[in-house]
Ligand binder design. Sequence first.
Ligand SMILES: Nc1ncnc2c1ncn2[C@@H]1O[C@H](COP(=O)(O)OP(=O)(O)OP(=O)(O)O)[C@@H](O)[C@H]1O
Ligand SMILES: [Mg+2]
Length: 290
Amino acid sequence: MEFAVEVEILARVRHKNLLSLRGYCAEGQERLIVYDYMPNLSLLSHLHGQHSAECFLDWDRRMNIAIGSAEGVAYLHHHATPHIIHRDIKASNVLLDSDFEAQVADFGFAKLIPDGATHVTTRVKGTLGYLAPEYAMLGKASESCDVYSFGILLLELASGRKPIEKLSPTMKRTITDWALPLACQRKFSELADRKLNGKFVEEELKRVIFVSLICAHGRPEKRPTMLEVVELLKGESKEKLADLENDELFNDFNDGLSGADDSSEFISEEKDSLQEVKKVEPGTEKANLN
Ligand SMILES: Nc1ncnc2c1ncn2[C@@H]1O[C@H](COP(=O)(O)OP(=O)(O)OP(=O)(O)O)[C@@H](O)[C@H]1O
Ligand SMILES: [Mg+2]
């Protein structure tokens, strides 16, 4: 099933930031999909995996990856017909080519959204730590679920932190719980990945942090569209950036926290219940909650 979905979606999309299909094979029991090999592997491998000690991701590359992957997802949401939601946006599904350009991959969970529909109700797929609360709870999949996951990915890219951090054997903290109070206090340098050694463009970091947190808002109606995300990340509209910075999420600390808490608390509960069943490492497990 995932094979058929992946081939169907890949045949429909062509964009510089989406990993394209080279070919496929479905013969007897054999199922093969051929893609270009991405020599710099995934974002995950640079942030938390085998390349993490090497620090290939300087600030310019991170900014380019943020904008490129946003453009890839914006294409799926706004330019593909019918519109496509990815449903598994995360660091291991953003691959990096030889120039460190982002290529969003893995369309096995993607859904086509029929014209005029606002969402589809579906079995929940995706990866814990990246799941929008309304999707995890009600199975309502829409573009804004991808926006939520993209927000978590952006925060991870800027901070080098994992979506869910284990503080102790019994305590976990989501990346939004960690980042929102710091963003409200405008402590941007504390939010930046230590591996950057303070080498980042403050204005751009600020933009990435505000955009990531509004994308990962607990209430879907507060999240921007991916087209707005691209515009905001590129700094094309000073007015929209000012509006974003003045949003209550970043100014009324208690309100802000309650907005984010709603979602993260749920994700933690969901994760805990799943872990009882699956006993896998946080951040790597996949959810299939039905
Ligand atoms: N085209 C590719 N070129 C280079 N490396 C790739 C390519 N496709 C996948 N990979 C690497 O293989 C790893 C595993 O990919 P895969 O999609 O199977 O699992 P995953 O993304 O970790 O989890 P999930 O099954 O949830 O998507 C990726 O993290 C990436 O590093
Ligand atoms: Mg993958």
